[in-house]
Structures are given as structure tokens and as C-alpha cells.
Write a protein that binds this ligand. Structure first.
Ligand SMILES: Nc1ncnc2c1ncn2[C@@H]1O[C@H](COP(=O)(O)OP(=O)(O)OP(=O)(O)O)[C@@H](O)[C@H]1O
Ligand SMILES: N[C@@H](CCO)C(=O)O
Length: 358
């Protein structure tokens, strides 16, 4: 370990998963960033639990959703998982992690995916685990967030297709280890000494798709949360064959349609339709079906397509112009159900970066 003080910033983008038909496959990194400002000041004695002090500003600040206990906070807990897989039981004394988080929690903009990716990168950096490649970091992410779309986009950036490879039976068993064993429940500061299960190699992969630079993402963000776990519970275990075929036809178009310049609005609109998750999530997001079906490029100049962002409730409208009008139309639809929204224009973003400041 270095005896010099060091500081660095980890920057991880938010993301929108699915983009209509690409359930658990497609992810788009977007230009709103979780930042960790990290300082490690060598000290022989730390009074902090696990040698780590957390401070926080941004979404969820001061609420029960964001803990400042390093054993409980999602970001530091994930970092500890990476460290403990490499026989480092705690953070180096003394670590300060200042979290700046503008990504709204539980809204379908990949706040947990960004937290997991930033946490894995934090473990790599403070543990000086320089041998961990991007692909290997992805394995660690997938032991925690088990759908690859958000974490793939947040780690690698851009517009990505993600997929899981068949594993050997032993490796499959390792991936299926309950999350409670991967990220053990906080033990009140007591180190149980247990080495967590290491991820198998090559669980997940990604491929980058082109993105036409004219296309922007308008995110309409309702003020209520839909936890991803709840939004997955409403999905059926089996689907009618016609609905699966419907999505396969559209997923074959989507990466091509969004990469073409100039964009073809009719093609993109068609390519963003879905029958595998959005219809079922309507029960959690009042007005969802009407919002997705009520606007087309023909009725709304500048619009290319509309979908649910991730597990929702955020709506993502892809557009080339008239962003405010498009957002206002969706906001007024939500208002009919007494739901208040915020909105932002976002652009595709690069993946997670680490910048050394000292
Ligand atoms: N910066 C953060 N620091 C600590 N915990 C976080 C942070 N961001 C998210 N979380 C945790 O993740 C939870 C939200 O995760 P959830 O998967 O439900 O929504 P999401 O990731 O925002 O949406 P989606 O997966 O649909 O894009 C929060 O309640 C919180 O526990
Ligand atoms: N593909 C996941 C993304 C969650 O953000 C889902 O739709 O449940």
C-alpha cells in the first residue's frame, strides 16, 4: 500500500434500460453522473468503522434510503465485497468517500446500477487491484445487480447490448448464490472474517451500438418511486408466443434504427414498442399505456419514440427537437392522474471514469 495521501474522483453515468423491447438486454448511459470524491490519508489509527467515513449530498440525502454506515451503504458495501474477495477486510485507513448523487432513486434511471458500478470501481481503486479489467469488474457487478443492462451501460458507456454467457454448472451455482451471501447483512461492525463468494469469470458481456448524434433523450421523471424489485414482481413467468415474436421483431430493428443518421422517425417509433414488460407495469404507473400510445412522430414534431425507462416510473422520449413541448405533453398526461414530474434533456454518456486529483 502507498504511504502517500491520494485522492481521486469516480464518475459513473445514470442509465436507461430496455428502450422498449430490449428487456434486460439494452442499456443507454446518459449524461447525469454519480460522483465519488475519495481521499485516502494513511493513518495508523482510524476511529471510523471499517476505516471509512461517508458524506453525502444529493438525491435521498438525509433519508433512510441512504445510509452513511459503510457496512450498510450500497456503494461502500459493494466496494467491501471486492476488497474481501481479495483478502482485504476493510478500507485503507483512513478513507473518506464524499458521494454526490443527482440520480433520482427508484425512478428507472439506474441509480442502483450506478451505485454498484461506482462501488466496484471504488473497491478496485482503494484496494489497488490494478489487474481487474473492465470485463472482470462487470463480473463483480453482476453478482450484485443481476440484470446486465444498467450496470453494462454505467460501466462501459454509450448504447449497449448486454448478454450473459452459459456457464459451467459449478459457475452457475456461484452466480445463483443468494445476494445475502454476496453482500452479507451488516454485522454491527464485527468482522466475521468470512471470504465472500468470488464471481465466476465471464458472466456477462456487452457490445456497443452506434447512436445517431441528432437523437437526445428527454427524461420525464415522476416524483414517486417504483422499486425495481416490485416492478419485476408484476411480470409474468411465461409469455404468449405472439408477444415474444413481437418483441424479437422490434429488437432486430432497434440498434440499427437508432444508429442511422438522419434518424427515421417511423422506424424508430415502431422499433421502440414492447409487449414484455410495459403493459404489466401499467398497474404501478398510472397512465403508462396511454402515454406510450398517445404520441407518435406524426402528431408530435421532433418525436422519435416513447418508452418506459428501465423499471419506471420515468418515461423516456427520444427526440431530435421540440423537447419542451414533448415533455409538457407527457407531464400533462401524468397530471391527469395527479402525478407531478420533473424533466431533463440528456445525451448519451461515456462510461465510468477515474480521475486522480492527487
Ligand atoms: N448513490 C447511492 N448510494 C447508496 N444507495 C443507493 C444509491 N443510489 C441508489 N441506491 C440504492 O438503490 C435503491 C434504488 O434502486 P432501484 O433498483 O429500486 O431503482 P433504480 O436503480 O433507480 O431504477 P432502475 O433499476 O429501474 O433504473 C435506493 O433505494 C438505494 O437503496
Ligand atoms: N431490465 C430491468 C431494468 C431495471 O432498471 C427491468 O426492466 O426490470
Amino acid at each position: 500500500m502507498s504511504t502517500m495521501a491520494q485522492s481521486f474522483v469516480i464518475k459513473t453515468p445514470c442509465s436507461s434500460a430496455n428502450i422498449g423491447p430490449g428487456f434486460d438486454v439494452i442499456g443507454l448511459a446518459l449524461s447525469m453522473y454519480l460522483e465519488l470524491h475519495v481521499t485516502v490519508t494513511p493513518s495508523t489509527e482510524s476511529k471510523q468503522p471499517l476505516n471509512c467515513r461517508i458524506t453525502y449530498e444529493g438525491e435521498g440525502e438525509g433519508t433512510d434510503e441512504i445510509s452513511l454506515d459503510p457496512e450498510v451503504n450500497l456503494i461502500t458495501r459493494v466496494a467491501l465485497y471486492v476488497l474481501r474477495c481479495h483478502d482485504q477486510r476493510a478500507f485503507p485507513a483512513e478513507t473518506h468517500v464524499h458521494i454526490k448523487n443527482p440520480i433520482p432513486l427508484g425512478r428507472g434511471l439506474g441509480s442502483s446500477g450506478a451505485a454498484v458500478v461506482a462501488g466496484v470501481m471504488l473497491g478496485k481503486e482503494v484496494g489497488q487491484l490494478h489487474h481487474l479489467t473492465g470485463e472482470r469488474l462487470f463480473d463483480f457487478c453482476l453478482m450484485i445487480e443481476r440484470h446486465p443492462d444498467n450496470v453494462g451501460a454505467a460501466l462501459f458507456g454509450g448504447f449497449v447490448g448486454t448478454y450473459l454467457k452459459p456457464l459451467t454448472p459449478e459457475d452457475t451455482a456461484r452466480v445463483e448464490i443468494p445476494l445475502s451471501e454476496v453482500l452479507p447483512a451488516p454485522a454491527g461492525g464485527i468482522d466475521t472474517g468470512i471470504r465472500p463468494p468470488e464471481p465466476p469469470h465471464g458472466i456477462g458481456h456487452h457490445i456497443k451500438f452506434p447512436w445517431a448524434q441528432e437523437i437526445k433523450a428527454v427524461a420525464i421523471i415522476p416524483e414517486f418511486e417504483v422499486p425495481t424489485a416490485k416492478a419485476r414482481e408484476v411480470l409474468p413467468a411465461q409469455y404468449p408466443r405472439n408477444d415474444v415474436t413481437f418483441n424479437l421483431q422490434r429488437i432486430a430493428l432497434l440498434p440499427v434504427a437508432l444508429g442511422q443518421s438522419p434518424p427515421d422517425p417511423e422506424l424508430i417509433y415502431l422499433a421502440m414498442q414492447d409487449k414484455l414488460h410495459q403493459p404489466y407495469r401499467q398497474t404501478l404507473i398510472p397512465g403508462l399505456t396511454e402515454i406510450v400510445e398517445s404520441m407518435t412522430p406524426a402528431t408530435q414534431p421532433g418525436l422519435l419514440g416513447v418508452c418506459l425507462s428501465g423499471a419506471g416510473p420515468t418515461i423516456l422520449a427520444l427526440a431530435t427537437s421540440n423537447f419542451e413541448e414533448i415533455a409538457n405533453r407527457i407531464i400533462s398526461k401524468f397530471k391527469e392522474n395527479k402525478i407531478v414530474c420533473n424533466w431533463k434533456v440528456l445525451e448519451p454518456a461515456e462510461g465510468t471514469t477515474v480521475v486522480r486529483t492527487r
